[in-house]
Write a protein that binds this ligand. Structure first.
Ligand code: ZN
Length: 324
């Protein structure tokens, strides 16, 4: 039984390939632009060529299989991409196509589920039976693990933390309005910061961006907040409150052992992670009882979670009778 797998992470702009062992260590990895995969008629052929070049062989027998993480709506059972807004794919049966080309076992899932699997088996979720995973980066993603398994919901749409309703009517990338992502996602924090700067607000943000509102990024907002810039503090406070309330509501529905919070925004300790942790842990205690609170833990795998989870998913989903 091979003890390594091939992990593939297809993002909106980046393709990552890795060789992952059954404990979740990345033995080797490679990243490149993903734009050559835009045409879905040739996507699996070009991805196959990328993988062959990466492993230096057309034989896949030394690997347990290929795990593919994709950003967007993914049908894990059909192993297809329902829709990927950045790459423009619709109903692309990547699992079947890659299996036909390689003869290898292929698993396919959305990036947030793969990340949660990575954290469960090799990161902050190790030893836990249940947790809510939330990742705040450019967008906001989530997943729910219960009984050691992902709660997928209908259409594999469970755990969409970024699309909880958070108030307001800002347009979200999913087509709906007022999603949590429009308050707490890096792209929307940037958009809101730039709008404020164009109105002449946020002097420290503007100074850090050399006077150019278009040069403001989430990093600018965090740096300006450290200098007590009121606009930046307000934006991060809105994000932190929306995430805290969203997580608390999710926690109260299922009472998992923990919340695992990560991503480039979720890892900002002073303005996001620490206040969210304090709020959720305090508010998840039932007054007058000794019931345990829900712990909020920092994600441990950083931006490698999805790649590691993709690699591990190949081992994890093997039918039990053939696990040695
Ligand atoms: Zn949305």
């Amino acid at each position: 039984m091979p003890q390594t797998s091939i992990a593939v992470e297809i993002g909106g702009s980046v393709l990552r390939l890795g060789i992952v062992d059954s404990l979740g260590a990345i033995l080797r990895s490679h990243r490149e632009d993903s734009s050559h995969l835009c045409d879905q008629a040739t996507a699996s052929k070009l991805l196959y060529a990328d993988i062959v070049e990466f492993i230096g062989s057309e034989s896949f027998s030394e690997f347990a299989g290929i795990g593919i993480s994709m950003a967007g709506l993914v049908d894990n059972e059909a192993r297809s991409m329902v829709s990927a807004s950045n790459l423009g794919w619709r109903d692309l049966h990547m699992g079947d196509e890659m299996e036909a080309r390689t003869g290898a076992r292929v698993t396919v899932d959305k990036d947030t589920n793969m990340s949660a699997l990575g954290e469960l088996q090799a990161g902050a979720g190790k030893g836990l039976d249940s947790f809510i995973y939330a990742s705040l980066g450019t967008g906001v993603g989530g997943a729910v693990v219960y009984g050691g398994k992902l709660i997928r919901g209908i259409g594999n749409r469970g755990g969409e933390f970024g699309h909880l309703y958070a108030g307001g009517d800002a347009q979200c990338g999913c087509g709906l309005r007022g999603c949590l992502e429009t308050v707490a996602g890096g792209a929307h924090i940037t958009r809101r910061a730039r709008e404020e700067a164009m109105r002449g607000q946020g002097a420290e943000m503007l100074r850090l961006a050399n006077g150019d509102p278009e040069a403001i990024t989430p990093v600018t907002v965090v740096q300006a907040a450290k200098q007590d810039d009121e606009v930046s503090l307000g934006l991060l406070s809105d994000a932190e409150l929306a995430v805290g309330v969203g997580l608390l509501n999710a926690v109260r529905m299922i009472y998992p052992q923990a919340v695992i919070l990560g991503g480039s925004i979720g890892s900002v300790r002073k303005f996001i992670f620490e206040p969210v942790k304090e709020y959720v842990e305090r508010m998840s205690v039932l007054p007058g009882t000794n019931l345990p609170s829900v712990k909020v833990l920092p994600a441990a795998l950083g931006d490698t979670a999805a790649l590691i989870g993709a690699g591990l998913s190949v081992f994890r989903d093997l039918p039990t009778e053939i696990i040695p």
